[in-house]
Structures are given as structure tokens and as C-alpha cells.
Design a protein around this ligand. Structure first.
Ligand SMILES: Nc1ncnc2c1ncn2[C@@H]1O[C@H](COP(=O)(O)OP(=O)(O)OP(=O)(O)O)[C@@H](O)[C@H]1O
Length: 341
């Protein structure tokens, strides 16, 4: 995609490309209410072949509920779910063309890696020669060649999760469902696993639905993100679109760093990197309260009225500032929300 495109042009281009692709999953007016009334309401969504779509939102917003209704672990209250144009809501999980990977790897501890991987294939009566070949290939794909004889207890968390993903992929699902698959892993391994997942997904062209409450993870791996809040969709869009044009205050506050500056009519949402800090020119007056060197950039906290406004500036500009000094800020890009929103 051209670097000269604006965020909205990129989003439109991505949208057009998505429209041309085959719809893999369609959720139509789906509602799932638990007995206590909690759940999700009137969910509508199309996911296209070869996409990674992430459900992102705070704990309890309904991400896992939707994933489980797709996987068949929960019945829907009303509405329909279709994969490749066929309704799946009346099928048990084992008859759906989906495979689910959970946060806890769910490998059988008494079985070797090979036996864990072979289990589902044996149930499908796949001939041994084909099975061995498939297992060899999938282990290579998840960078775990040569581990066939190991037991899960002899593998690290990240390695166990690679095997769990390999096990799901062996069943050649139409849709791979991943429920917070990396949240038990430490930060560095987690980041590696994101890259691995993207590589695996693009080499197989498989359609993936990913659930996380980690916005950075969602931004890093997704073609599109569904931002959820209290059982509903707040916004569905590409990472660029969600970051540059948040549709609601919730999306604006949930994704990335954001300042909220109120005037008489609006709340102005402005990212720290979209504020220019100057000694003379600028529309907003404030006083530098703190300066922090963050590595390749500097965080300047500016007191505006009673609010602290965060600004990211380069080191050259950072070096010109001093705590206690009066400065002026210019907003280069922002989103306005009515005060009642
Ligand atoms: N089995 C259940 N019975 C009753 N209510 C439930 C049940 N499972 C979930 N809920 C409620 O439904 C809502 C959505 O829960 P869900 O687990 O889908 O959220 P989530 O976004 O996946 O959260 P988390 O990130 O914590 O897993 C919450 O209010 C939760 O309390």
C-alpha cells in the first residue's frame, strides 16, 4: 500500500479489498443472553477469507462469549452464524469447521508431542503415512521440528502453545479461534509469538479470530479489530482507522495514549504525538510539569488548567524545555466528541 495514502484512504482501500474477498464467517443479528441477563446483543459481522480479526475490549465485554458461540461451546439465544454460507448454530463443536486454542494450552501431559498431534488425526482415520508427513510439516511451520518425542512438561510455555496451535491447524479448520492464547506467556515470548502467528497465518492463508484485552497485541497482529464495550461493538476497522479515527470516546481512551481536553462544546481527543510544543507559538497555554527521556523520544507533561497533557517530542525539542517553564501547544490532529458523549 502506498505510503502517501492518508489513514482514511488506506482504510477505504482495505475495505474495498475485503469486500471483494469471500465471506468466511457471517454473524447475523446474534444475541446470547446468560440466565442472569448478561451477554452480547444483536451482533452483526462479516469476516473475509484470510483475515485476522481481533475482538478487543475490557474484561467482561463479551469477547469470549462470541468466540464460544462460533466454536459451538455456547448456544445462541437468537440469530444465526454461518461459515462458508452454511448455518452452524445447530452443530456440536466437533462437527463445526472450527478449531479453538485456549489460554491454557490443554495438551495431554501423559502424551508426547507426536501423540498429542496425532490424536485428532487418528479419530479422523487419517492413514499413518499421511499423518506422519502432516505432523512433520506442521512442526516445521511452528518452528518445533524434532520435538516429537518430548512431553509437554519438557517444553516452555511458548513451545507448548506452538504445539497447541499446530494441533489445531492439523485439523485444517475453516476458521481458527484463539482465545487469549498468549496471555500466560511473558512479554518477550508473547511478542515473538505474535510475529510467529502472523507468519503462520500468511503462509497458510487461514482465517483467524483472535481474542485479547491487550490493545498493543491487537494493533500488531490484526487486519481488522472489533472494539467491544459492554456486550456491543463500538467500532470495527483496520488498526489505522481505529487509531486515527476513533468512533467513540471509549475507543479513543482504550486504544493507545490519548489526551482529553475539554472546551465549552467538545471533548478534544488528541494523541501525545499530535501536539507541537513551542515557547511562543500555539493555541493552548500551559506550564511544563515533568520531562522524561523515554529513549528515542521525550515525554513532556504540560499542566493546562487543572489537567495534565502528555506530549511526545523529539530529543531536540525536549532539550529546549525546562520544568516550570511556560509553553504553548498546537494541536496538529484531533477528534472532537460532543460533551454529552
Ligand atoms: N457462564 C456464564 N454465566 C453467566 N454470565 C456469564 C457467563 N460467562 C460470562 N458471563 C458474563 O457475560 C459477560 C461477558 O463475558 P465474557 O466472558 O464473554 O467477557 P470477556 O470480554 O471475554 O471477558 P474476559 O476478558 O474477562 O474473558 C460478562 O458480564 C460475564 O460476567
Amino acid at each position: 500500500m502506498s505510503n502517501t495514502m492518508t489513514g482514511s484512504e488506506k482504510a477505504a482501500a482495505a475495505g474495498t479489498a475485503a469486500e471483494k474477498r469471500k465471506v468466511k464467517l457471517e454473524i447475523k443479528d446474534m444475541t446470547k443472553h446468560y440466565d442472569n441477563g448478561d451477554g452480547v446483543e444483536n451482533i452483526n459481522l462479516k469476516i473475509y477469507e484470510g483475515e485476522i480479526v481481533t475482538f478487543l475490549g475490557p474484561s467482561g465485554c463479551g469477547k469470549s462469549t462470541i468466540l464460544r458461540t462460533i466454536g459451538g461451546f455456547l448456544d445462541v439465544t437468537s440469530g444465526d452464524i454461518l461459515i462458508d454460507g452454511q448455518s452452524i448454530v445447530n452443530l456440536p463443536p466437533e462437527n463445526r469447521p472450527t478449531a479453538m486454542v485456549f489460554q491454557s494450552y490443554n495438551l495431554w501431559p501423559h502424551m508426547t508431542v507426536y501423540e498429542n498431534l496425532a490424536f485428532g488425526l487418528k479419530l479422523r482415520k487419517i492413514p499413518k503415512k499421511t499423518m506422519d508427513e502432516d505432523i512433520r510439516k506442521i512442526l516445521a511451520l511452528v518452528s518445533m521440528s524434532g520435538t516429537e518425542k518430548k512431553y509437554p512438561g519438557q517444553l516452555s510455555g511458548g513451545q507448548q502453545q506452538r504445539i497447541a496451535i499446530a494441533r489445531s491447524l492439523l485439523l485444517k479448520p475453516a476458521l481458527l479461534l484463539l482465545d487469549e492464547p498468549f496471555s500466560a506467556l511473558d512479554a518477550k515470548i508473547r511478542q515473538q509469538m505474535r510475529e510467529e502467528l502472523k507468519r503462520i497465518q500468511s503462509s497458510l492463508g487461514i482465517t483467524v479470530i483472535f481474542v485479547t484485552h491487550d490493545q498493543e497485541e491487537a494493533m500488531a497482529i490484526s487486519h481488522r479489530i472489533v472494539v467491544m464495550n459492554k456486550g456491543k461493538f463500538d467500532q470495527v476497522g483496520t488498526p489505522d482507522e481505529i487509531y486515527d479515527q476513533p468512533a467513540t470516546l471509549h475507543v479513543a481512551s482504550f486504544i493507545g495514549e490519548m489526551n482529553f481536553i475539554k472546551n465549552d462544546n467538545y471533548t478534544i481527543a488528541v494523541r501525545p504525538e499530535d501536539l507541537l510544543v513551542d515557547n511562543e507559538k500555539g493555541e493552548i497555554e500551559g506550564t511544563v510539569s515533568t520531562i522524561m527521556l523515554m529513549g528515542h523520544y521525550v515525554l513532556i507533561m504540560v499542566l493546562v488548567g487543572n489537567d495534565i497533557v502528555k506530549c511526545y517530542v523529539n530529543r531536540e525539542i525536549g532539550d529546549q524545555q525546562k520544568e516550570g517553564k511556560k509553553v504553548k501547544l498546537t494541536v496538529s490532529k484531533s477528534t472532537h466528541f460532543p460533551l454529552s458523549a
